[in-house]
Design a protein around this ligand. Structure first.
Ligand code: SF4
Length: 411
């Protein structure tokens, strides 16, 4: 079982759903009824959100990119802060990339922030600051895919443009009782075709907002509220009793465990950081010395097993490595010393384990061991990109989420 659903391999929708259940894209009566049910529901239940109060394509664009990676509740404060600092596409185009990344800090997927910044410059420099009005033209801009293009075209310009994102993917899959993986090429093709066919020509913006809201609030992943659903009478999955099994789940991703070390190298009240290059995980952000360990190397750090087995640690919680009072005075483990020396040219001594952070990046489950240590000698290696920053300067540098958690504990 996954998410309370039977595994796809033990379940064949082909057996359960007669092909006649799939609404034909010529059934205009079915479409008319569904459209009017959607809009009626929206009139009574549509959510008030900061980016819905205007039809400004710039605000819609920013909100949609932010919403691709987290929930509405988490996005609201980020959105408000971002718009306050960069109220227009011109203001964003003029900004330094590091400031854009600093405001994005914590949202993850930093390439999206970099794309936003460079696309703003294209819009200002090549399109006189005006957004294209159709989804086709919008997708020609860097970093704007079919979903974002559909959202901007419909929400800002009321164009009947299709959208398919997580909530509509689930809702549409159920409405048409789709018997194939909605994330695969054939499933995507079917859903986009359906989305283009079903989107209302009248009040397209409200229609698209409504289907996303119904998807997130009513047609929820694990517990769809069918009895309260405004679309129950049109829903083919409900009709066939398959609302839990649809959409089919993708094959489970294989998770890889990784142990990493982050070392805050201190010299007086300064710390060593460098900007990650384009090819690295956090391109454009600054980071402390960081590297990956094998399990054998992690064990050699003498972290008590019972402590290492504990779960997530967040800023403000106790150190997981040892007692809070424990300050190791023995020479830093040879592996750590060698890594710091190799990356920076600096030798280090006395180390203080500060915390362990457990987090995930794509298919990697990462245990990040955070350590502070003191400079004992050596010179900064040329070309390695490391520089000394004071704690005050650190507050203005864009860091990864874990980098910020480390920085927040430094004194
Ligand atoms: S009836 Fe149930 S499965 Fe169908 S759209 Fe509504 S909530 Fe989703």
């Amino acid at each position: 079982m996954r998410d309370g659903r039977p595994a796809a391999s033990r379940f064949s929708l082909r057996v359960c759903v007669p092909m006649s259940a799939f609404p034909k894209l010529t059934d205009l009566g079915w479409r008319r009824r569904l459209r009017s049910r959607v809009l009626r529901w929206y009139d009574l239940n549509g959510r008030k959100l900061p980016w819905r109060e205007s039809a400004d394509p710039y605000r819609i664009w920013i909100s949609e990119i932010m919403l691709q990676q987290t929930t509405v509740a988490a996005v609201v404060p980020y959105f408000e802060r971002f718009i306050q600092r960069f109220p227009t596409v011109k203001a964003l185009a003029k900004a330094e990339q590091s400031e854009v990344l600093r405001l994005w800090e914590g949202l993850g997927y930093y390439s999206r922030a970099r794309n936003l910044h460079s696309t703003a410059q294209v819009i200002v420099n090549e399109l006189s600051g005006e957004f294209p009005r159709t989804a086709d033209e919008l997708t020609k801009l860097p970093g704007i895919g079919p979903y974002t293009a559909g959202a901007i075209a419909s929400f800002a310009f009321d164009q009947p443009a299709p959208i398919v994102e997580a909530n509509t993917l689930r809702l549409y899959s159920r409405l048409i009782a789709m018997e194939i993986d909605p994330r695969g090429a054939a499933g995507q093709k079917t859903l986009w075709k359906f989305a283009a066919w079903i989107v209302s020509r009248r009040r397209a913006a409200d229609f698209n907002q409504a289907v996303m809201d119904i998807g997130s609030q009513v047609c929820r992943p694990r517990d769809p509220e069918c009895p309260k659903c405004p679309l129950m009478a049109s829903c083919k999955a409900y009709e066939a009793g398959l609302q839990i099994q649809i959409p089919l789940q993708p094959t489970k991703t294989v998770i890889t465990d990784v142990v990493e070390v982050s070392i805050a190298v201190r010299r007086g009240n300064q710390f060593l950081l460098r900007q990650c290059t384009e090819k690295e995980r956090w391109a454009g952000l600054w980071d402390f010395v960081r590297f990956e360990l094998t399990d054998a190397q992690a064990a050699a750090l003498k972290i008590p097993e019972k402590t290492r087995a504990k779960v997530a640690v967040l800023p403000g919680q106790q150190s997981l490595f040892a007692d809070d009072s424990a300050v190791a005075t023995q020479p830093l483990d040879a592996v750590l010393q060698a890594q710091v020396q190799e990356q920076t040219g600096i030798s280090v001594e006395t180390y203080r384990p500060t915390m362990e952070i457990r987090h995930a990046v794509t298919r990697y489950r990462i245990r990040l061991l955070c350590i502070t240590c003191e400079v004992s000698g050596g010179r900064l290696k040329r070309g390695a990109g490391f520089q000394w920053y004071s704690l005050t300067q650190l507050t203005d540098l864009p860091l990864s989420r874990t980098g910020r958690q480390v920085a927040d504990r430094l004194e």
